[in-house]
Design a protein around this ligand. Structure first.
Ligand code: WT7
Length: 632
């Protein structure tokens, strides 16, 4: 496993230097360590204007051969995947690399039998059960493009994504377990598919054993389809730049963007970053708590670990069920050595009883990770002290759906670690800070907008079906730079600290929502005239959702109205986007040209109205006093 890893700070510095001076040589050496059906002709072709980025052009491969087949000889009997169910009393499941390989090939054959082929878009809407991991890999095996939709999204959100991708097949389950609750997943799919004419087949995995509606000619059970199907399925040969997957994420407009990643570059960067950041060893039991419905689950639950031949743990449940000790109990149960989670989970557990942590040994842990949002110092110290026993490097990993993999992070035990700092970029990554005119800020001890000045293998290639949107969102704000949408500081020693989004995107428990997307949902409510949504600091979620709403008429009770507005958001997006606070207002602070002054709303939502700046240029300055007086 070691041949991709940097083992000391000196090695890091040398590698970093080389990656800037000779990026193509640097990446070609790394890419050489993978299994290619045919080697690439050119390592990199790029321009950030269009953008047009091609890594390992002409190379032929299949990522599943790298995740599975290439390990069979040496790691056939090693555990690839451990699955822990929601209910601790239910039996866990384990798959060796050989078994996982068979299951993936078999699922791939089921896909083919049902008409799936290379280039098709397949939507996967499934809970965290082994079949989800297997389904994703099965798509990759046959060259179908997977688009995983987190199973907490609503039917409307699902159908928007399916229609955008023109998916022909949906893979799902009858229902799902989440803590003490059971949720009817298939019913949500049925509702979504009322508006999705492109979908021809639905394959349903049985999880709860519920009787579900099966549409004749469209819906089939996985357990029926798999009967007698071969466990042998040659991998489809893919071009480096063929699409591997689409993953929808929120931007600053209402419509989610289909971020596109391609086969070769994504593969190379997933393993490279995984092995380096976590410094994985052959015997590790690695656990990433993210759902496969998010990019973290794609890259660091599934692809990164399997490419590396590691043992990856997948958990169906939640941190608080049956009690707040669940994460730590699972760590002890399987001897987890590397644990990667989100600050929101840490903050939620921090608010509970300390004995929920202290009663577990946790002595197998070696490395801790954090991802999804800035980790505040208090949470950092709690995690480092009580979970890591002050003996595990804690890596704060900054990256995005669009970057495909970790960009700025401490490399465990190799590069400097500082609370609440992602610290240094990985070799191959060239971050810069710019001022609002796009001029690079070169010194240290500064703050600016975080950009990248050179491509890396897993950079976003396009937004599905709308290339111009990718250009406008990431490559047009500053010329010849990829703009992340984040603000960051760089301390005196050059270590980065990510401050958060500077665009109209809010980060709730590590999940991204565009304010426009939530406003659009709220505005669907029949009583609503207009709304404005901002984020505000929230103790557990990082950011909470604060909605200012103008209404036409008040239903019988104000409380009903709030409940109804929340219901509308749940219907259009999902429970995860529920507003925390709804303030009814008679107007919004707008400039004369009609633009909502979100800066003012943000201040009100933060509870800081001491300095709202100049409000005299507003269309209706009085509205600000009313909003201040009614703040929640
Ligand atoms: C946004 C990306 C990448 C996996 C999960 C989220 C924020 C992510 C950190 C971190 C501070 C972070 C940024 C980024 N973010 N990791 N370690 N420190 N902020 O993926 O939904 O694409 O969101 O999450 O604001 O832009 P995503």
């Amino acid at each position: 496993m070691e041949n991709l890893q940097l083992k000391s700070f000196e090695e890091y510095q040398q590698a970093y230097k080389r990656s800037v001076e000779d990026p193509e040589g640097f990446w070609a050496d790394i890419a050489d360590k993978f299994t290619w059906r045919k080697k690439w002709n050119t390592t990199l072709e790029w321009n950030f204007e269009e953008p047009d980025i091609k890594w390992f052009k002409g190379g032929k491969l299949n990522i599943t051969e790298n995740c599975l087949d290439r390990h069979l000889k040496t790691r056939g009997n090693k555990l690839a995947l451990i699955w822990e169910p929601n209910d601790p009393k239910e039996r866990f499941i384990r798959y060796t690399y050989r078994e996982l390989h068979e299951r993936v090939c078999q699922f791939a054959n089921v896909l083919k039998k049902n008409g799936a082929k290379k280039g098709d878009r397949i939507c996967i809407y499934m809970p965290m059960i082994p079949e989800l991991a297997i389904a994703v890999l099965a798509c990759a095996r046959i060259g179908a493009i997977h688009s995983v939709i987190f199973a907490g999204f609503s039917a409307v959100a699902m159908s928007d994504r399916i229609n955008d991708a023109q998916a022909t097949m949906v893979l799902t389950s009858d229902g799902l377990n989440r803590g003490a609750k059971q949720i009817p997943v298939k019913r949500v799919v049925d509702e979504a598919l009322e508006d999705c004419p492109s979908v021809q087949k639905v394959i349903v995995v049985e999880r709860l054993g519920w009787a579900v509606n099966m549409v004749e000619g469209r819906d089939v059970w996985y357990h029926d389809e798999v009967q007698g199907v071969s466990k042998d399925c040659p991998a489809e040969e893919m071009d480096s730049e063929d699409m591997l997957f689409i993953l929808y994420t929120s931007g600053s407009t209402g419509k989610p963007k289909g971020v596109v990643h391609t086969c070769g570059g994504y593969m190379v960067y997933a393993q490279y970053s995984f092995m380096n950041v976590f410094q994985t060893q052959e015997s590790d039991v690695y656990w990433c708590t993210a759902d496969i419905g998010w990019i973290t689950g794609h890259t660091y639950l599934l692809y990164g670990p399997l490419l590396s031949g590691a043992t990856t743990l997948m958990f169906e449940g939640v941190p608080s069920y049956p009690d707040n000790g669940r994460f730590w109990q699972v760590c002890d149960k399987f001897g987890v050595t590397i644990f990667y989670t989100a600050p929101t989970a840490i903050r939620a557990l921090m608010a509970g009883d300390i004995d929920d942590v202290l009663s577990y040994s946790l002595d197998s842990l070696r490395v801790l990770g954090s991802v999804g949002e800035p980790i505040n110092e208090e949470a950092w110290h709690w995690y480092y002290t009580h979970v890591g026993k002050e003996d595990c490097p804690l890596v704060d990993t900054w990256w995005q759906t669009e970057t495909g993999g970790i960009m700025i992070s401490t490399i465990a035990g190799v590069t400097p670690m500082k609370p609440s700092h992602a610290a240094l970029p990985l070799p191959g990554i060239q971050p810069i800070l710019v001022d609002s005119d796009g001029n690079e800020i070169k010194e240290n001890g500064v703050e600016g907008y975080l950009c990248m000045k050179f491509p890396w293998p897993s950079i976003i290639r396009t937004t599905y079906g709308d290339h111009e949107r990718a250009r406008l969102s990431y490559f047009s704000t500053y010329k010849n730079l990829y703009f992340t949408g984040d603000g960051a500081k760089r301390d005196e020693n050059g270590l980065y600290r990510i401050i958060g989004r500077v665009d109209d995107v809010i980060n709730v428990s590590g999940h991204r929502f565009g304010t426009a997307e939530i406003e659009e949902a709220i505005n669907h409510n029949e009583h609503v005239v207009e709304s404005a949504v901002v984020g505000y600091p929230h103790d557990v979620k990082g950011q909470g959702i604060y909605a200012f709403v103008i209404i036409k008429d008040m239903p019988e009770k104000e409380e009903y109205l709030r409940a109804e507005i929340i219901e509308t958001v749940v219907e259009k997006i999902g429970k995860i986007a529920r507003p925390d606070k709804i303030q009814i207002v008679s107007g919004l602070p707008k400039t004369r040209s009609g633009k909502i002054m979100r800066r003012i709303l943000r201040k009100v939502a933060e509870g800081d109205t001491s300095n709202l700046g100049d409000t005299s240029t507003l269309l209706d300055p009085d509205v600000v006093d009313e909003i201040k007086a009614g703040a929640l």
